[in-house]
Write a protein that binds this ligand. Structure first.
Ligand SMILES: N[C@@H](CCC(=O)N[C@@H](CS)C(=O)NCC(=O)O)C(=O)O
Length: 260
């Protein structure tokens, strides 16, 4: 019998996007419970943060640990070396997640206007998917700026340089890995690729400003497009909606890069 899998998620969470993309990659049947952030702790079956994954009544928290649990239960036939996967996954998550939050985090420069527009875009999606009340959405840029978990991710990176500089650093590192091997941790696709894909695809498809820099880079685009097709096809081919897409079409302002 197939396992019962539920992902507790926000459509705008880069951590949840990693796990959601991985479930699609694995072609597992699952459902997504989009959580109202005002009722986060009373809704989650464990912990206080998104994502949580429930498999047959067992609960798992933390995106990388969840992916490791999925891999333990449904192992890949061929895989890259685990220590390399772990180090690169950690590096990418630590560097990429703050840049994603910075896209909607008002800083003391001209990008503050872009950050506000991005925050409102995210608020609109959170309203549709998670039932965030309309009256909260105008203040979303300020609410994001005040969130302790966002501040703890973003503030250390701000002291290291501008958001575009940090994204360039990340893209340079990904390009370097892809110049050595076809995938981010070697000759075969691994959780590093799928996690990075999820974290890049979510802001790209929601059309956050300046979130298409990686698609404009030929090397990254050549890596991204086949993974995008794999993940989008997985959702489309499950006609009973047993594999919900990473982002529902009605939230996206961009057309799919690749057709099924
Ligand atoms: N290390 C965790 C971080 C998860 C996380 O920060 N989730 C955010 C949403 S993107 C959250 O639920 N924040 C609510 C809070 O900390 O109050 C992971 O990888 O899953």
């Amino acid at each position: 019998m197939a396992s019962e899998i539920t992902l507790y998620s926000y459509p705008t969470s880069p951590f949840a996007a990693k796990v959601h993309a991985y479930l699609l990659y694995k072609r597992l049947a699952f459902r997504v419970h989009y959580v109202n952030p005002l009722k986060l702790t009373s809704t989650l079956p464990v912990g206080q943060q998104i994502p949580v994954l429930t498999i047959d009544g067992s609960h798992y928290a933390d995106s990388s640990s969840i992916i490791n649990e999925i891999e333990r239960r449904w192992p890949a036939e061929v895989t890259a070396q685990q220590p390399l996967i772990d180090t690169r996954d950690q590096w990418l998550t630590e560097n990429m997640v703050p840049t994603l939050f910075r896209a909607a985090f008002m800083e003391a420069d001209s990008s503050a206007f872009k950050a506000c527009r991005n925050a409102w875009r995210l608020a609109a999606v959170m309203r549709k998917a998670c039932g965030v009340p309309l009256m909260l959405t105008p203040g979303w840029p300020l609410l994001l700026r005040k969130q302790p978990f966002i501040r703890s991710l973003v503030l250390p990176q701000i002291s290291q340089g501008s958001a575009p500089e940090q994204r360039q650093k990340m893209l340079k590192q990904m390009k370097h890995w892809l110049s050595e091997k076809p995938y981010l941790a070697g000759d075969c696709i691994s959780q590093v690729d799928i996690s990075a894909y999820g974290m890049l695809a979510m802001p790209y498809y929601l059309d956050l400003e300046d979130a298409d820099d990686f698609v404009r880079c030929e090397v990254i685009k050549a890596w991204f497009e086949p993974i995008d097709k794999l993940i989008c096809d997985s959702a489309l081919q499950a006609t009973d909606n047993s594999r919900p897409p990473l982002l529902a079409a009605q939230w996206c302002s961009r057309l799919p890069l690749t057709k099924a």
